[in-house]
Write a protein that binds this ligand. Structure first.
Ligand SMILES: Nc1ncnc2c1ncn2[C@@H]1O[C@H](COP(=O)(O)OP(=O)(O)OP(=O)(O)O)[C@@H](O)[C@H]1O
Ligand SMILES: [Mg+2]
Length: 148
C-alpha cells in the first residue's frame, strides 16, 4: 500500500512562506514517524526547493504559488516542490561562488530528480530513512529535457 501523500500550497510572492512550509513539513513528517535526523534533512530540502520556487520561477510572481508534497515510505522520505515554471532550467552543479549551492546540497542529502510538467517543474529529493544511513554515492537523476 502506498503511504499517505501530504500536499500544501504556499504563496510564492512572499519568501516568508518558506518558514511556514518548513513548520508544516516538520509537523507532518514528525507525525508520520520520521526520525529527527531525517526530518532535519527534509527541512533543509524544503527550504532550498521552496526558496528556489519563490526566487527563480513564476511561482514568485504576484499571486503565484508553489506546492510542497511529502510522503514517508518505509525506506525513504520523499520531499517535492512543484513550481509554476521558468524560462531557464535548474542548475545542480556546484560553482565557486557563494550562491548556487542549494540544489547541490539537496543532491548530497539524497537522490535529486526533476521533471517538467505542463506549466512548471517538479523537483524532489528521496532521502534515505534509516538512522545513520550514509548516502555513499549521492546522485542527481536529471530528466529535465526541456526548459519551458
Ligand atoms: N525551480 C527552478 N526552476 C528553474 N530554475 C531553477 C529552479 N531552482 C533553481 N534554478 C536555477 O538553478 C540555479 C541553482 O539553484 P541553487 O538553488 O543551487 O542556487 P541559488 O538558488 O542560485 O543559490 P542558493 O545557494 O542561495 O540556493 C539557480 O540560480 C537558478 O538559476
Ligand atoms: Mg537556491
Amino acid at each position: 500500500m502506498m503511504p499517505e501523500r501530504f500536499v500544501a500550497a504556499f504563496a510564492g510572492d512572499d519568501v516568508r512562506t518558506v518558514a511556514e512550509a518548513r513548520r508544516w513539513a516538520r509537523r507532518t513528517l514528525t507525525a508520520s514517524g520520521l526520525a529527527e535526523d531525517t526530518v532535519c534533512d527534509a527541512l533543509t530540502c524544503v527550504s532550498e526547493l521552496a526558496t528556489n520556487a519563490a526566487r527563480h520561477t513564476r511561482s514568485g510572481d504576484q499571486g503565484g504559488t508553489y506546492q510542497v508534497l511529502l510522503q514517508v515510505h518505509s525506506d525513504h522520505a520523499h520531499v517535492e516542490v512543484v513550481d509554476q515554471g521558468a524560462a531557464h532550467a535548474p542548475d545542480v552543479r556546484l560553482g565557486g561562488g557563494e550562491s548556487g549551492r542549494g540544489l547541490w546540497i539537496c543532491a548530497q542529502l539524497g537522490a535529486l530528480s526533476l521533471v517538467c510538467t505542463g506549466g512548471g517543474r517538479r523537483i524532489w529529493v528521496d532521502l534515505p530513512r534509516s538512522v545513520g544511513a550514509v548516502v555513499s554515492s549521492p546522485s542527481a537523476h536529471i530528466t529535465d529535457r526541456s526548459a519551458d
